[in-house]
Design a protein around this ligand. Structure first.
Ligand SMILES: [Ca+2]
Length: 219
């Protein structure tokens, strides 16, 4: 009955190999969130559109600003400003544009997943005490911050972070809070804030499966 033993052994090896493959697949699915930690926001740094001069205006309704829709009352705009403006080191966006009135801004819809938590972060610059400005921020129409200010005392940017739970796709929106000259944002990022499994625990899982396979084969 040696052939019966042989067939049984081969069948169990096949089963074990399938089991190991499943473990490996499950482990790879767990590893994926590591790679997905990059920001979901397109052009959150406002560096995608090259400036030839000091600034470029994008009118309400425009989709010329990479990744973003320009929103607000008809006739308003937002202004992409370049390196060196008011001491900034990179390109950034003035939500108040050339009108310097409340209500203009930008929005972007992100492929967030229902029930998952995300952390949104961005820099605000309102020009110190010599300028009047402020930024409103909302997700799917819900306000997360109103009249957000830069670091007035140091006349520098201030970074804000908020956490939200997605109900599907999420539209993030920035608007000028009030009539004012300087309502700038930069470095917008949205990342999943759920904790991810540590590589060490995944390695243990993988080794355990390997040990199981070896024990069965040598039996
Ligand atoms: Ca920038």
């Amino acid at each position: 009955m040696k052939w019966v033993q042989e067939v049984t052994a081969r069948a169990s090896i096949l089963l074990i190999m399938k089991f190991v493959a499943r473990i490996a697949f499950a482990a790879s699915a767990l590893v994926l969130p590591f790679a997905a930690q990059a920001s979901l926001v397109i052009n959150g740094t406002f560096e995608a559109n090259a400036l030839s001069g000091g600034s470029t205006n994008y009118a309400v309704g425009s989709t010329g600003l990479t990744g973003w829709n320009v929103v607000g009352p008809s006739g308003r705009n937002v202004t992409l400003t370049g390196n060196g403006y008011l001491g900034q080191q990179t390109q950034h966006l003035d939500l108040s544009g050339t009108s310097d009135k409340a209500g203009s801004g930008i929005e972007q819809t992100l492929a967030t997943q229902i029930g998952k938590k995300y952390t949104v972060s961005f820099d605000v610059y309102t020009g110190g005490t010599q300028y009047n400005g402020g930024v409103d921020f909302m997700v799917n129409g819900t306000s997360f911050g109103s009249n957000l200010q830069g670091n007035e005392a140091g006349n520098t940017t201030k970074r804000y972070s908020f956490e939200f739970t997605a109900t599907g796709a999420s539209t993030i929106k920035f608007l000028t809070y009030t009539n004012g000259l300087v309502s700038h944002i930069d470095n917008v990022s949205v990342v999943a804030s759920n904790p991810v499994p540590e590589p060490a625990s995944l390695a243990v899982l993988g080794l355990g499966a390997l040990g199981f396979f070896r024990r069965r084969k040598s039996a």
